[in-house]
Design a protein around this ligand. Structure first.
Ligand code: C2E
Ligand code: CA
Ligand code: CA
Ligand code: CA
Length: 281
């Protein structure tokens, strides 16, 4: 793995990170945090642009630390990655999501597919990958569709491609969905589309932010959507906050919309309320 791929994870504000995360203690605290259920899985609804109804959700981790309070994943995820312990946390999230969907499913309650973020490092964790694949093989066909959506970033794709494309292939033949996260933020976005059949492309939030002031950004977004559709890839716009953005994205044929405009990431109980309301629509 070259520096070019690793670097984007490292460019967080050092002073902020130091204030929140004492790296020397992080490994121990992570284990403790998992044991004490300090980590919570939040769910952010993703809305179907055509119907306005919920189509899926994204699982996002939250760390509610007993002394430091709420720690943003933008701060602790890079630190945990650096420590090499990210797969423990990602597997924890995945199990919680599977549990959640299973429970809803068994009670015949309304539920949607939930995508989980995977770090490139997870692909190098043999035990985790074997366990995931074994589990997937045991899911019933219907449940499988809800429980096997994985988000990987452009930068991590490059790292995975280098040595672990066999796992991507194992996922692919099991019909899991692979979502390309933060599309357009990296250096080689287009090359990746030639290389792998991604199912869903998530347009990076930075484009959505810039759309209002820069007409060129609108062209880029509109054409990313068109290009994706031509390749049979669905599109999600991330970080959508305003009605104007929603209107433009609908006009441009974007399939799904995710952002504060519809909902923030919600703790499990509030997400259940959201699902219950949606099931009545
Ligand atoms: P991401 O995967 O790109 O997730 C989207 C981020 O955008 C989330 O930040 C979400 O809360 C935020 N967001 C959603 N809608 C809006 C909006 O309308 N406006 C704004 N300003 N922000 C919005 P979050 O939860 O802080 O997560 C940050 C990053 O941490 C994620 O970016 C992802 O890369 C990573 N992450 C979060 N959970 C996990 C996890 O379980 N495993 C791994 N490996 N990474 C995770
Ligand atoms: Ca994501
Ligand atoms: Ca596929
Ligand atoms: Ca993203």
């Amino acid at each position: 793995i070259t520096d070019e791929y690793v670097q984007p994870y490292m460019i967080y504000d050092d002073s902020m990170q130091a204030a929140y995360v004492d790296k020397a203690k992080l490994t121990g605290e992570l284990q403790e945090g998992i044991a004490q259920e300090q980590f919570k899985v939040y769910y952010q609804p993703v809305i179907d642009a055509k119907t306005g109804k919920i189509a899926s959700a994204e699982a996002l981790i939250r760390w509610i630390h007993p002394e430091k309070g709420f720690i943003s994943p933008g701060l602790f995820i890079p630190a945990i990655e650096e420590d090499g312990h990210i797969s423990e946390l990602d597997f924890y999230v995945l199990k919680k999501v599977w549990q959640f969907i299973n429970e809803r499913y068994e009670k015949n309650k309304f539920v949607v597919p939930v995508s989980v973020n995977l770090s490139w490092m997870d692909f190098y964790d043999e035990v985790m990958m074997e366990t995931i694949i074994k589990e997937i093989d045991q899911f019933k066909e219907v449940g499988r569709e809800y429980m096997t959506r994985f988000e990987i970033t452009e930068t991590s794709y490059a790292a995975i491609r280098e040595n672990r494309s066999d796992i991507l292939e194992s996922f692919r033949i099991r019909n899991t969905k692979i979502l390309l996260d933060d599309f357009g933020s990296g250096f080689s976005s287009f090359g990746m589309l030639q290389d792998y059949d991604f199912d869903i492309l998530k347009i990076d939030m930075s484009f959505i932010r810039k759309m209002e002031e820069n007409p060129k950004t609108k062209s880029i977004v509109r054409n990313i959507i068109g290009m994706a559709h031509e390749m049979d890839i669905e599109t999600v716009a991330e970080g959508v906050e305003t009605e104007e953005q929603v209107r433009f994205l609908k006009q441009s044929g974007c399939d799904y919309i995710q952002g504060y405009y519809y909902s923030r990431p919600l703790p499990e109980d509030e997400f259940i309320e959201f699902l219950e309301k949606e099931s009545l629509k």
